[in-house]
Design a protein around this ligand. Structure first.
Ligand code: ADP
Ligand code: LRH
Length: 490
C-alpha cells in the first residue's frame, strides 16, 4: 500500500511515493520537475497551472505503474496564495513572493500599527513578502483581482482545491500569513480590518492530518484514476521538513536547508516576547500543536541565482561542480550578509555580491569559485550567528544541529556549518519535506501514534551523516571578522 507526497519547493517539486515495510519507510521518487517562475513585464508569477499539470503527471505515473495510491498530501513554500472569484475560478496568476510590489509596504504598516501590535497578535517574523503585505499592496493598488475576490487559498490549498473541488485553509501555512492569531487560533480580525480585507475571504482552518476530500470526478475521469483521499499535511514545506527531523530528544535545533535556510527549534506554544521580537524570530504552526520557533536565512537562493546567471551565459555548471570550484578557491577572502535586502530579489546576483564586498572594503570575488566560496562561507558563518540566537530565544543549549533538505547534498556546506558552530551536524534526510508529508499522512491513517513515533521510524529508515567540527581556531577567528565586516551585531 503506497501513499504519495507532493513537495513543491521554490526551485523544484517532486512526488515521493512512500511505503511502510516492517516499520521501515521505503520511498521512491515517482516524479520530479523544476519550478520556474515566470516574469511578465515588471511582475513575477508562479506558473501555477504548470505545477498543477505536474501534480496530475505524478498521478498518471502512479496509475501507469499499477500503483494503488491510498492517499495524497501536498506541501509547498509559504506565504503565497491564489484568489478565487464568485464563480469558483482562480482570478489571475499568483504572485511570487519575490515580486517587488511589496517593497516598502511592511515598513508603512509597521509604522501605522506598531511592530509590537503585529508581532503580539501573530508571533510571526517581519519579512517584507509576508501575505499581509502582499494583500495590503494589492489593496492600495486597487487591484481589480482583489475587488473580484470571494475566497483566499494558499498555494497548497489552491492545488488541493483544483484536485478535489473543496476549499480549506490549512493551519501551518495559515500561520505564515502574519494575520492568523495563534493565541486565539483564528484569523485576526483587527489585522484584516487594518489592511481592508474582508474576513469572509478566509474559511475553515484545518489541522495537519485532517481529511480534506477526494480526487473529484472530473479529475478521476480525465486521468482514469479512482477517488483517492486527500489529506491536509503540514502544508507549509518547512512544517513538513521539521516533522521529519530524525531527533530522538524533545528539544533539538534544526536547519532546513534548501532555497531558504530555516534555523530554529520546536516548541509547544508560541514564544511571543521581547526577545523573539527583537531577534525577529517566528512562530509558525506545526504538527500536533507544535510551533516552529525559527528564523529565515536567505539560504541557497543566492547560489541558485548565480548559477542561473552562469547558465544563461552558457557556462552550465552543476551544483557539485560549483561546490568543487569553491573548495579550490582561497579561503576567507570576502563575505556577505546573506540576509541583506540586496539579495532578496531575482537577477544580477554576482554584481550585487561584488558590490557588497566593494562597499564593505573587502576583496572583490572574481571567479565563479571565489563567488561560490564567498556565498557558502557566508552562509555557514550566518548559521553560527543564528544558532546562537536560537539558543538565546529558547533559553536552551543544543549539542548539535540537525540538517535536512536538498542543501545537505552540499557536503562542504555541512562541514563548514559544523566548523562554524563548533558542534556536530547530523545531516539527513535530504527529502525532509516530502518525508514529513508522508509521516503526517501515516499519522492520519493510524499507522503512527504521533510525530515522535514517526521521527523514530524516520531515524531508523534513513542514513544520517555526522560532521564533526574541524579547524576551530580558524573558523572562530573568521567569525569575529565576519561579524565586523557585515555589521550584523547591533
Ligand atoms: P527547495 O525545495 O527549497 O526548492 P531543495 O531542498 O530541493 O530546495 O534544495 C535545493 C538546493 O540544494 C539547490 O539550490 C542546491 O544548492 C542544493 N543541492 C542539491 N543537490 C546538490 C548537489 N548534488 N550538490 C550540491 N548542492 C546541491
Ligand atoms: C521555504 C519557505 C519558508 C518561507 C519561504 C517563503 O520553502 O516555505 O519557510 O519563509 O519559503
Amino acid at each position: 500500500m503506497s501513499i504519495l507526497a507532493y513537495d513543491l519547493g521554490a526551485s523544484s517539486g517532486r512526488a515521493l511515493l512512500g511505503r511502510l515495510t516492517d516499520r521501515r519507510i521505503v520511498t521512491e521518487e515517482l516524479h520530479r520537475f523544476s519550478n520556474d517562475p515566470v516574469s511578465i513585464g515588471d511582475r513575477l508569477h508562479w506558473d501555477i497551472l504548470r505545477l498543477y499539470h505536474e501534480i496530475k503527471a505524478g498521478l498518471l505515473k502512479a496509475k501507469q505503474g499499477g500503483l494503488d495510491v491510498q492517499s495524497i498530501g501536498i506541501d509547498s513554500w509559504a506565504v503565497d496564495f491564489g484568489l478565487i472569484g464568485q464563480n469558483g475560478e482562480l482570478l489571475g496568476n499568483p504572485y511570487h513572493y519575490r515580486d517587488p510590489h511589496t517593497d516598502g509596504v511592511m515598513e508603512k504598516l509597521m509604522a501605522e500599527l506598531t511592530p509590537s501590535h503585529i508581532f503580539g497578535k501573530t508571533g510571526i517574523q517581519f519579512l517584507p513578502f509576508n501575505t499581509i503585505y502582499q494583500l495590503a499592496a494589492l489593496k492600495s493598488a486597487n487591484s481589480p483581482v482583489l475587488q473580484a475576490t470571494d475566497k483566499f487559498l494558499m498555494i497548497p490549498d489552491l492545488l488541493r482545491y483544483f484536485l478535489t473541488g473543496e476549499m480549506f485553509n490549512e493551519f501551518s501555512n495559515a500561520t505564515t500569513t502574519q494575520f492568523y492569531n495563534p493565541l486565539t487560533m483564528s484569523w485576526d480580525r483587527d489585522l484584516l480590518a487594518a489592511i481592508g480585507v474582508p474576513e469572509s475571504f478566509f474559511g475553515t482552518v484545518v489541522q495537519p492530518g485532517a481529511s480534506v476530500g477526494k480526487i473529484r470526478l472530473a479529475v478521476q475521469s480525465e486521468l482514469g484514476i479512482g477517488a483517492i483521499p486527500v489529506i491536509a499535511v503540514a502544508e507549509h514545506d518547512t512544517g513538513s521538513a521539521v516533522a521529519a527531523v530524525p531527533a530522538l530528544e524533545k528539544s533539538f535545533a534544526y536547519l532546513s536547508c534548501g532555497t531558504w535556510s530555516l534555523m530554529g527549534t520546536e516548541v509547544d506554544a508560541p514564544v511571543i516576547n521581547e526577545i523573539s521580537q527583537r531577534l525577529n524570530f517566528t512562530n509558525e504552526g506545526g504538527v500536533g500543536g507544535t510551533f516552529r520557533l525559527l528564523k529565515n536565512i536567505m539560504g541557497l537562493w543566492i547560489l541558485q541565482e548565480t548559477k542561473r546567471e552562469w547558465d544563461r551565459a552558457g557556462q552550465n555548471y552543476s551544483f557539485p561542480e560549483l561546490v568543487q570550484l569553491a573548495e579550490q578557491a582561497p579561503n576567507f577572502g570576502s563575505w556577505i550578509d546573506p540576509d541583506d535586502v540586496l539579495f532578496l530579489h531575482a537577477g544580477d546576483m554576482t554584481p550585487r555580491i561584488r558590490q557588497y564586498c566593494q562597499q564593505t572594503g573587502q576583496r572583490v570575488p572574481e571567479s565563479p569559485g571565489e563567488v561560490v566560496r564567498c556565498i557558502l562561507e557566508s552562509l555557514a558563518l550566518k548559521y553560527r550567528y543564528v544558532f546562537g540566537m536560537t539558543e538565546e530565544v529558547s533559553a536552551q543549549r543544543f549539542n548539535g544541529l540537525h540538517m535536512v533538505g536538498g542543501g545537505i547534498n552540499n557536503e562542504l556546506l555541512c562541514q563548514w556549518t559544523s566548523n562554524a558552530i563548533g558542534k556536530p551536524v547530523w545531516a539527513g534526510p535530504a527529502e525532509g519535506s516530502a518525508i514529513g508529508n508522508l509521516a503526517v499522512q501515516w499519522i492520519a491513517r493510524g499507522e503512527f501514534a504521533d510525530i515522535w513515533e514517526a521521527r523514530k521510524v524516520i531515524r531508523e529508515s534513513f542514513p544520517v551523516k555526522v560532521y564533526e567540527p574541524a579547524q576551530r581556531d580558524a573558523w572562530e577567528d573568521a567569525y569575529g571578522r565576519f561579524v565586523k565586516v557585515t555589521g550584523i551585531r547591533a
